[in-house]
Design a protein around this ligand. Structure first.
Ligand SMILES: *Cc1c(COP(=O)(O)O)cnc(C)c1O
Length: 355
């Protein structure tokens, strides 16, 4: 830190993204990207005509994209705000509603902690239970904003909307953000509940299930009054946050919903296959509802598994946090990727087929 920087940021620990390798080709299973390409419509939208249009600013209200997203979720356009990735949506919500502090789980998306620190928000950390399950009753009457990732990361554990509804009922004077980055992998969304609860913000992203992590598109779905708050802040900061090309490609992605549903179903099938195979190899971990699994092996440290996989050309995510340091979070790639990964793990763990 230079001597000029505001000392407030002296202890700030920025989010550490998964490694983006440049030296050699790895099977990249460390940042929960999709192994499949974006839809044909999305790919076709990256053309010379669109490139020429880049001289113009993007629509600061993302009207076409918001209308498309609203249509796909069966809500009104005034219930949607689009941003540059859902990390930005989360940040705007934190800025807007955390004046009484914020609560989230001890093991969840790392950005919640980073954003809280950046904006000097008082945090209440609520430990997950021994099996990493989240008890909604732990979140009643907290007197502060709440953020819950559902399915949770990095555990993959999911709660049905009806199980989370009491959190909304028991915090009527505070905002509850449900981060649904992984909802499309076979799960039910809380979006319909925005009609009933004016304190609910559902956050979703194009980064995982729509194979567009590089395009940076995320959005909030909420009561129109909340969207108005968030838009006010967004327009006070970076009104052109969603690029012209991303808005164009985003509309195509929404139109190609059938393609994406198929890719998500493939990923879910591969996830089920992978988990079964990993259990045969002696790994354990919670049943996942996302596009990754979270596993440990009783005979190896998490760091050892990660390192040995790296030597064999696979990148997976390891967190050094004490409670989860035995685990690795492994993104679901193609079926072929996962068969190769399991073969490598068979070798690493010395699994004996004839046992
Ligand atoms: C990946 C992820 C996000 C952020 O995704 P963006 O690329 O910023 O849209 C948000 N929340 C969770 C839980 C995630 O895993």
């Amino acid at each position: 830190m230079s001597r000029f920087m505001n000392p407030t940021f002296g202890s700030l620990k920025p989010y550490v993204p998964g490694e983006i390798p440049r030296d050699r080709t790895f099977v990249k299973l460390n940042t929960n990207e999709s192994p499949y390409p974006p839809s044909p419509g999305v790919i076709a939208s990256f053309n010379a005509e669109a490139a020429a249009q880049q001289r113009l600013y993007s629509d600061p209200q993302s009207r076409d994209l918001n209308r498309a997203i609203a249509g796909s979720l069966n809500v009104r356009q005034e219930n949607i705000m689009t941003t540059g990735g859902s990390d930005e949506t989360l940040e705007l919500a934190f800025i807007a509603y955390a004046q009484d502090g914020i609560a989230f789980a001890d093991e969840t998306y790392g950005f919640y902690r980073v954003l809280s620190d950046l904006h000097a928000i008082d945090t209440k950390i609520i430990p997950l239970h021994g099996d990493f399950s989240l008890d909604p009753a732990d979140y009643f009457h907290l007197g502060r904003m709440i953020v819950i990732a559902n399915p949770n990361a990095p555990t993959g554990i999911y709660l049905k909307p009806a199980q989370l509804e009491p959190v909304l009922q028991n915090n009527p004077d505070h905002i509850v953000v449900i981060d649904e980055a992984y909802v499309d992998f076979g799960n039910e969304s809380m979006v319909p509940y925005i009609r009933k609860y004016d304190n609910l913000i559902v956050v979703q992203t194009f980064s995982k299930s729509r194979s567009m992590a590089g395009a940076r598109i995320g959005y909030a779905c909420a009561d129109a009054a909340l969207i108005e708050d968030l838009e006010k802040l967004r327009n006070s900061r970076n009104p052109y946050d969603v690029s012209r090309q991303s808005q164009l490609a985003g509309v195509k992605a929404v139109e190609d919903a059938v393609y994406y549903r198929e890719q998500c179903m493939k990923i879910v099938r591969t996830r089920e296959w992978t988990m079964r195979r990993l259990r045969e190899l002696g790994f354990e971990g919670p049943e996942s509802y996302a596009n990754f699994v979270f596993v440990r092996h009783p005979a190896f440290t998490g760091g050892t598994i990660q390192q040995k996989l790296r030597e064999r050309g696979f990148l997976v995510r390891h967190f050094s946090d004490e409670r989860i340091k035995d685990y690795n979070r492994i993104t679901i790639g193609t079926q072929e990727d996962m068969e190769a990964l399991c073969a490598a793990l068979e070798e690493i763990t010395g699994y004996d087929k004839n046992r």
